[in-house]
Design a protein around this ligand. Sequence first.
Ligand SMILES: N[C@@H](CCC(=O)N[C@@H](CS)C(=O)NCC(=O)O)C(=O)O
Length: 252
Amino acid sequence: MLKYYHAEPAANSLKSIIPLHEKALPFESIYVDLHKFEQHSEWFVAINPEGQVPVLDHDGTIITHTTVINEYLEDVFPDTPLRPRDAIGAARMRYWNKFVDEHVMNYVSMHGWHRMVGVIARNIQSGEFEQLMERIPLPDQRKKWQTARSGFSEADLAHATEKIIYAVDKVEAQLHKTRWIAGDAYTLADINFYSMCGMMVERMFPEMEIATRCPKLVEWRERMNARPAVAKALAGEDRTAPGLRTFTGHAR
Ligand SMILES: N[C@@H](CCC(=O)N[C@@H](CS)C(=O)NCC(=O)O)C(=O)O
């Protein structure tokens, strides 16, 4: 029995739902409401002591971190492979996963937090906010919530934007050489970049003019959107307050 604890179908929560649907694996979906800080509540921290989503529970075994979850699914449910079966192909896929995990995810996340989480953090009364912070298990996450409330610096946001521009140009160059990010096959690397950046980069950064800057990336994104498993994953419930759902404009 598979259980998947997750938030809205974007970024990390989306990244491991797509493989579940690609592999047509039945799973129980358990929504964790980040806007109510459920990820830091006692019941959830008992499942994931790091207090973060998503989490996969496979017959009572808890697996965390999306790249680890996705490789676990690959090992346990190898039908409908999303990782090349040859060592070179798998290494190429892991190279791109490492790139997205280390050089993309946190930078897109900073912009997302700046625009969305900052609004939530600023709407909480002081006193209550400090109490909520005490429940956050990871020191880095506690700091991130505090920074979201006070505001990320312009220098940090500009650095994050530079990293994202570098990443979209790098993926664009790769897609001129191969149909999918890690080669000629659709892999977990495509799912990773799509979930962290590819699905929303135009909405988040209209000034990057992605359609003219990265035509191959746009074609690739359309191929991703056309996959039934991706559509199914995106159709998951989105309980984000409507005002916070769009990424356009700065909330500060
Ligand atoms: N490296 C982790 C990152 C998980 C993560 O950043 N989760 C976010 C949601 S996208 C979260 O739980 N944020 C709420 C919080 O930390 O308070 C993964 O790949 O799963």
